[in-house]
Design a protein around this ligand. Structure first.
Ligand SMILES: N[C@@H](CCC(=O)N[C@@H](CS)C(=O)NCC(=O)O)C(=O)O
Length: 221
């Protein structure tokens, strides 16, 4: 039986996990969780956040960082923690998952709002409720109104990565966890089907393409 990944298609953390699974050549199927109906996710994981991954043997893991570490433990080759670079990959991935995510998710709000609206007013309303319970009333419309400045902030957060990627194909030389984390966050600019990474981030765009092409045959990248 294949592993099962419970996801929302727009989730950056799910994109990160999908790419790690691809890189490691692990057989999996995707369960696209309905935003309003999370029964299957809840039954499998005991909570309502994605990603959740149910492994072949029945074990279910939640949280992309924990999923990454468990996959590395169970399927060490090819590694996402290159020898001597493991600590730096983990620190950088944590920064990307938190500080970089905070800048990018604000810039993605207009696309996310449109995405959920297309899938139904009820889904959009629930998505807004989840955001505004966390960030306060009016947050979504404010992010839409202030989109230009949030896009500029996202570019600023990505600029150091663009600089690093001018000299090498992956952030720390050999591909590793931080690259998967960055790919995941960049998915905020890709989940609509149109790649919207700002053109000034030329190296980041190339990096995204490189990561995106990883299939279950990593040596072909
Ligand atoms: N730290 C977690 C974050 C997971 C997370 O924030 N998931 C979001 C989707 S990106 C979620 O499920 N949110 C619930 C909701 O929108 O209702 C991870 O790395 O997996």
């Amino acid at each position: 039986m294949a592993a099962r990944l419970y996801q929302f298609i727009g989730s950056p953390y799910c994109a990160k996990v999908r790419k790690i699974l691809d890189f490691k050549g692990i057989d999996y199927e995707v369960v696209e969780v309905d935003y309003l109906e999370r029964k299957e996710l809840l039954t499998a994981s005991g909570q309502i956040m994605v990603p959740a991954l149910t492994l072949d043997g029945g074990e279910t893991i939640v949280d992309s960082a924990r999923i990454a570490m468990r996959l590395e433990e169970m399927f060490p080759e090819p590694t996402i923690l290159p020898p001597s670079w493991s600590g730096l990959h983990r620190v950088l991935a944590d920064h990307i998952d938190n500080a970089v995510e905070d800048a990018l998710f604000r810039a993605a709000i207009p696309d996310e709002a449109a995405f959920w609206r297309e899938r139904g007013r009820d889904r959009e309303a629930f998505w807004r409720l989840v955001r505004e319970r966390k960030y306060g009333a009016g947050f979504v419309d404010r992010m839409i109104d202030e989109h230009t400045s949030h896009l500029a902030r996202a570019c600023e957060a990505l600029k150091p990565f663009d600089d690093a990627l001018s000299e090498r194909a992956f952030l720390l030389g050999r591909i590793g966890l931080a690259d998967f984390a960055l790919y995941g966050q960049l998915y905020y600019f890709a989940f609509t089907g149109e790649l919207k990474i700002p053109g000034e981030l030329k190296n980041v765009i190339e990096f995204f393409g490189r990561m995106d092409r990883i299939s279950s045959a990593p040596e072909a990248v």
